[in-house]
Design a protein around this ligand. Structure first.
Ligand code: NAP
Length: 307
């Protein structure tokens, strides 16, 4: 409780959004960038900071690469150092002149958000773009799900991301130059089906929180976007590379890079919530009303994949 009160108070309202937009435009003019390029998120290389969680693999790695290409210095966050080192080496070779930092941090802990925030503050890094991407999957009936996994997923997807949003948005509002926050939700929020109770509910929370939070902080010039992709070809579900390739070819999965590009495009445009790829949006009403007589045979077939 004491910690919460220590968070920088948000003092600026109303005019702050205009001020932030003015700041972005002035900064862009100073950098000699056209309005069109600015809208796509491009900045003068090395002048601003973005933080990406879960940057060591999958979609997070693609967010990191895209942001580095746009000119951002990066804080790469994850719970294992080696994949983060690999991403740093790859980006250092591809995008010269970026400051690339690594923070190894298990985000599935109550104190993780505060630790990460304090760490970036101590290093004097003013974060302009926050990408809350780290996540883990669970496909298992609740009665068999270990308590530890339930705690991890709710902490990682919900508590940590909520606190990170609050801490960094307070800081962005205090600086008065706006900012961007992207939260990775999931299409599974519309699929509260057997085996997915925990994962889909944790992602439903994140999107609902994100959309309302976006409306609260808009007046400070902060844009918040929830991204809810359906299947993406990454290691999240434990699919082998061969099955990922087949999924891509059949159009059931999209590539991690395509997902990251769609997420960032929506973020720069100030969209509160998106589902990458229009055909996935068509199925949402159907997912919500699927009756048990359809789900029951699917359940019988998919039980063998539960783990
Ligand atoms: N792939 C999909 O089809 C899909 C669909 C909808 C939404 N999403 C969401 O998109 C996000 C990225 O997933 P992805 O597909 O790119 O999967 P991924 O390749 O498995 O990436 C997940 C990342 O999160 C990190 N992470 C996991 N637990 C962590 C913890 N406790 N602390 C810090 N970092 C942690 C992982 O680091 P380690 O590897 O070091 O553990 C990994 O870098 C997730 O939030 C996921 O729920 C994915």
């Amino acid at each position: 409780m004491k910690r919460m009160n220590e968070t920088p108070a948000v003092v600026e309202t109303g005019a702050a959004a205009k001020k932030a937009t003015g700041y972005r435009e002035a900064a862009g003019r100073e950098k000699g960038l056209s309005r069109r390029r600015m809208r796509r998120g491009e900045i003068r290389p090395g002048t601003r900071w973005a933080l990406v969680s879960g940057a060591g693999s999958g979609i997070g790695r693609c967010y990191a690469r895209r942001l580095a290409e746009l000119g951002y210095n990066l804080v790469l966050v994850g719970n294992r150092r080696e994949p983060l080192e690999e991403v740093r080496n790859e980006l250092a070779a591809a995008c010269e002149g970026r400051d690339l930092r690594i923070i190894e941090c298990d985000l599935a802990r109550e104190e993780a958000a505060r630790e990460l925030f304090d760490r970036t503050q101590a290093e004097g890094l003013a974060i302009d773009v926050l990408i809350n991407n780290a996540g883990m999957f669970s496909f298992l009936d609740m009665l068999h799900t270990p308590e530890e996994r339930i705690r991890c997923i709710i902490l990682l997807h919900d508590l940590t991301n909520t606190l990170l949003c609050r801490l960094y948005a307070s800081e962005m509002a205090r600086r008065g130059c706006g900012g961007y926050i992207l939260n990775m939700s999931s299409y599974s929020q519309w699929m509260p089906w057997p085996g997915l109770a925990l994962y889909s509910a944790s992602k439903a929370y994140l999107r609902a929180f994100s959309v309302a939070f976006a409306k609260e902080v808009r007046e400070h010039g902060i844009r918040v976007t929830a991204v809810s992709p359906a299947g993406v070809a990454t290691d999240l579900y434990g699919l082998t590379p061969r099955w990922q390739r087949i999924g891509l070819r059949l159009g059931v999965l999209i590539s991690a890079d395509r997902c990251a590009r769609a997420g960032l495009r929506a973020l720069w445009r100030g969209r509160r919530s998106i589902v990458p790829d229009w055909w996935n949006r068509l199925w949402i009403p159907l997912c919500k009303v699927l009756p048990m007589w359809v789900l029951r045979p699917v359940r019988r077939f998919t039980m063998k994949f539960q783990k």
